[in-house]
Design a binder for this molecule. Structure first.
Ligand SMILES: [Zn+2]
Length: 281
């Protein structure tokens, strides 16, 4: 008798639960039961392109090759790996293409002059004729033929890989030496900066380098270190100078190697700006 009563009471209780469940709006239920972010993860696709630079294969590993958002991230120094991890962590939540140059883990890349002799250059100094000349010379590698090959290579990057960019986000890492302090008055790159915001609470190695004053103000107001490139920067062949000359929106997200969380946060806060550059369907 007691058992029957217990079963009866239990069945009433279960029915009430299902009634309560039925009364809760479906959307609240979904919010209550679904794990966070489970619907916002984007699938990342991969492709690679191999460029034959005078007999040396230069690899471009491309995430989301068919992405048409107009946002293109570019990592061009193969020894700067924190930035690669930082961008990868963004791509599951935000649209964008990511191009990573890979060459033996080195900052510098190159090709063969002949069977025995290699030539070298910095892939972020090749976006002007003068820059190509200077970087080849600094690696003791200048010849007219090498210059021609590097020029063709840089045109491939600009005209094929970056051609559909509404905004180029360069990602770099630095170690000792290079920092925002190099752009301060009486420092080596003073002439390249129109404005600097250096908050000493931050590491001098973590900063944004931009060519648009509104972007500079945005990062400054968030408390980041930031540099606004000068109107007439020295022609060093870098992508930032090329973009300034051509009027291409460009932001460099620079952080110390190993500062993964900081660089991720920088890229996260950058998304507010990227909203204005994403192509609409
Ligand atoms: Zn770099």
């Amino acid at each position: 008798m007691m058992l029957h009563k217990l079963i009866f009471l239990l069945s009433i209780l279960l029915c009430s639960c299902s009634l309560i469940t039925a009364c809760v709006p479906a959307n609240r239920l979904a919010g209550m039961t679904a794990p966070p972010d489970s619907f916002s993860r984007l699938k990342v696709t991969y492709d690679e392109k191999i460029y034959d630079l005078s007999g040396e294969p230069i690899k471009f590993l491309i995430r989301n090759p068919d992405d048409n958002s107009g946002i293109v991230y570019f990592n061009m120094h193969d020894n700067e790996n924190t930035s690669v991890s930082a961008v990868d962590s963004m791509l599951t939540r935000y649209t964008g293409k990511f191009i990573e140059l890979q060459f033996k883990g080195n900052r510098w890349i190159g090709g063969w002059m002949n069977d025995k002799k290699h030539f070298w250059f910095d892939p972020n100094r090749i976006y002007s004729d003068f820059g190509i000349f200077k970087t080849l010379q600094s690696y003791n590698s200048f010849t007219p033929e090498n210059k021609k090959q590097v020029r063709i290579f840089s045109e491939y990057i600009l005209d094929s890989l970056l051609s559909d960019a509404n905004m180029i986000v360069a990602v770099h890492n630095n170690m000792k030496g290079y920092s925002i302090e190099k752009y301060m008055p009486d420092s080596i790159f003073e002439e390249s900066a129109a404005k600097i915001h250096y908050d000493r609470k931050n590491s001098p190695h973590d900063f944004f380098f931009v060519n648009d004053p509104t972007h500079f103000e945005y990062f400054k107001n968030l408390g980041y270190n930031a540099i606004l490139q000068s109107q007439k920067p020295e022609d060093d062949g870098s992508l930032s100078v090329y973009c300034a000359l051509k009027g291409i929106p460009y932001i460099n997200v620079e952080a110390k190697e190993g500062h993964l969380e900081i660089q991720q946060k920088m890229l996260e806060d950058l998304q507010e700006i990227l909203k204005n550059y994403r192509k609409r369907d």
